[in-house]
Design a protein around this ligand. Sequence first.
Ligand SMILES: Nc1ncnc2c1ncn2[C@@H]1O[C@H](COP(=O)(O)OP(=O)(O)OP(=O)(O)O)[C@@H](O)[C@H]1O
Ligand SMILES: [Mg+2]
Length: 348
Amino acid sequence: MFNPFKKFTKDIAIDLGTANTLVYTLDKGIIIDEPSVVAINTKTEQILAVGQEAKQMLGKTPPYIQVTRPLTKGVISDYEVAEKMLKYFIDKAREQDRFSGFFRPRVVIAVPLDVTEVEIKAVEDATLAAGAKEVCIIHEPMAGAIGSRLPIQEPVGNMIVDIGGGNTEIAVISLSGVVTWKSTPVAGDEMNRNIIQYAREVFNIFVGEIQAEQIKIKVGSALEKGEQIEFPMKGRDVVSGLPREIMITDGHIREALERSVQTIVDYVKMTLEVTPPELTADIHERGVLLTGGGALLKGLDRVIAKMAEIPVRIADDPLTAVVRGAGILLEDSVLLKEVSLPSARDGK
Ligand SMILES: Nc1ncnc2c1ncn2[C@@H]1O[C@H](COP(=O)(O)OP(=O)(O)OP(=O)(O)O)[C@@H](O)[C@H]1O
Ligand SMILES: [Mg+2]
């Protein structure tokens, strides 16, 4: 429907993730897609960098620069830094629009399924303090399902598996509500730790988080496929303390990631086990949708399909599904009302 006010709407949608924060506006779509990382000068308490620029400083800083990720397992763990980061992103979004300086935006923001009321309040407070006029909170898998255009309002079982940096969240949605769900901290960050641990145990080298992640993305897989891939891995020798380079193969990475992949499969199965049979029948027919960056691990869709015996597909652009869903809700106030969580600030 044509909405004459659309281009004057300054509302924004935010996916405040453990690994990445994305910001969406109605007229421009996704305008910010940056790592949730902040670099602070601890002498002056000033922000030195946010996002990609800050992430590049990880593991390379002198003592007076602190590079932190204000979210852990999907929730705010460092309130002050989270508020600063949100303010930086909200200001950046408003700067891109020459008329928005006068308006404070309404913000739709996604949180994990297992957040407590205190954690919801922290997100609300941080978003308001960062310049929002009003905040609406929605669950991440719900946003991911809406962003992927699943028929969540219908009486059918929609299963979504969101594999982010901090959490894997599995939800079965029907009639605009989450019917059953499970969540585990085994997700992208844990996979990076698996690779670091594997390198130390098997090759006796220490590798950094950034390199572990790059290797996971380049050579990581959940399923063997065709030719062996080799990749150089640089680190510090555990014994000599000197720099050393080894060649790591896709097989090594698969071995390192095996336990995490198995855990994700187990949680999918456990969620199916507690789902009412009518909805399970729908899921078997319609399949499961994977969202979040972890969905891009090569072969993970096929491993889940095989081990949980259900059809699996990967969302189009799984890293942006949540923010696009939150963005759709900016325009659909009826659906937003149906799916948003009660404010933890009410009754104050
Ligand atoms: N091609 C890829 N293969 C494997 N993992 C990937 C790939 N691309 C991105 N990832 C991983 O996806 C994760 C980030 O995904 P995403 O942005 O969905 O997380 P997030 O929303 O910030 O986290 P959360 O939802 O847990 O708070 C990172 O751990 C990243 O390493
Ligand atoms: Mg996420």
